[in-house]
Design a protein around this ligand. Structure first.
Ligand SMILES: Nc1ncnc2c1ncn2[C@@H]1O[C@H](COP(=O)(O)OP(=O)(O)OP(=O)(O)O)[C@@H](O)[C@H]1O
Ligand SMILES: [Mg+2]
Length: 238
């Protein structure tokens, strides 16, 4: 089992968005993926509560229970555990970082988010974990040209001493409307562009975790039947 902790010290950067979408991408790929909601605000739980899903997708937890949950997931054959964390307190986030094979630090391409990321990087490195920085809520590129704020963010992050995912998630309404339906962008109608970037990010995170290519992730639009079959397969193994 691999554990992926999603973090950012700034509220609203996109931790829950990245956590939920990566977990559901992994499940769509046929993996046994579990999301641990370690944020007392329970945003991930709010998104996922209404889903018609076999049990075992989501666990509400807290920093002090993470070790026990991680071990239970390991014993029950989970492939990927994703931990959604709160922005603070740092001591609680550190517990989730300690569990992680990979920490994904989410940042918007803004001065304050990037400054906060430097601190996340320090925590990841102090605890000797692997990390990956992901830019989220980026303005769209136009005609293949990146907006200046995104270019500046990539440039600034060259000095962060942690790899940066080449795929930046764009600011798209579909990330919000999909959540209102309890879905990932992979499952949402009209989410093709967002689905493409989530698949790319999943592939990059998986390669960092496992050193090999990720299993293919179908979307609702190209493989509804495949998604349903995978869900039943996961349910049968649970
Ligand atoms: N790429 C995106 N495009 C459009 N909206 C987004 C995107 N990413 C996140 N959002 C929206 O921004 C808001 C904050 O996102 P999210 O809840 O994922 O952040 P968070 O870091 O988990 O916040 P918190 O610190 O409160 O836990 C949500 O309304 C979410 O739908
Ligand atoms: Mg959140």
């Amino acid at each position: 089992m691999k554990t992926l902790t999603v973090m950012s010290r700034k509220g609203g950067a996109g931790k829950t968005t990245v956590s939920v979408n990566l977990t559901l991408a992994a499940r769509a790929a046929g993996l046994r993926a579990v999301l641990a909601d370690a944020d007392p605000l329970r945003s991930a739980t709010e998104v996922l509560r209404g889903r018609d899903e076999p049990p075992g997708l989501l666990f509400e937890t807290s920093a002090s229970k993470l070790f026990t949950l991680t071990e239970a997931c390991r014993r029950s054959g989970v492939d990927l555990l994703v931990i959604d964390t709160p922005a603070a307190p740092e001591a609680d986030v550190a517990e989730a970082v300690k569990m992680a094979d990979l920490c994904v630090a989410v940042a918007r391409p803004t001065y304050l988010d990037l400054a906060a990321t430097v601190q996340s990087v320090a925590v990841i490195q102090r605890l000797g974990r692997e990390g990956l920085i992901v830019l989220n809520q980026c303005p769209p590129s136009r005609g293949g040209l990146e907006p200046p704020c995104v270019l500046k963010a990539f440039e600034a992050l060259r000095f962060a001493n942690l790899p940066v995912a080449p795929t930046a998630l764009r600011s798209r309404m579909i990330y919000q409307t999909a959540f209102a339906q309890g879905r990932s962008v992979l499952e949402a109608e009209g989410g093709d562009a967002a689905a493409k970037e989530v698949r790319a990010l999943f592939a990059q995170a998986w390669r960092r975790l496992n050193g090999k290519a990720a299993p293919a992730v179908p979307t609702a639009n190209d493989d509804l039947a495949g998604l349903a079959a995978r869900r039943s397969e996961i349910a049968a193994r649970a």
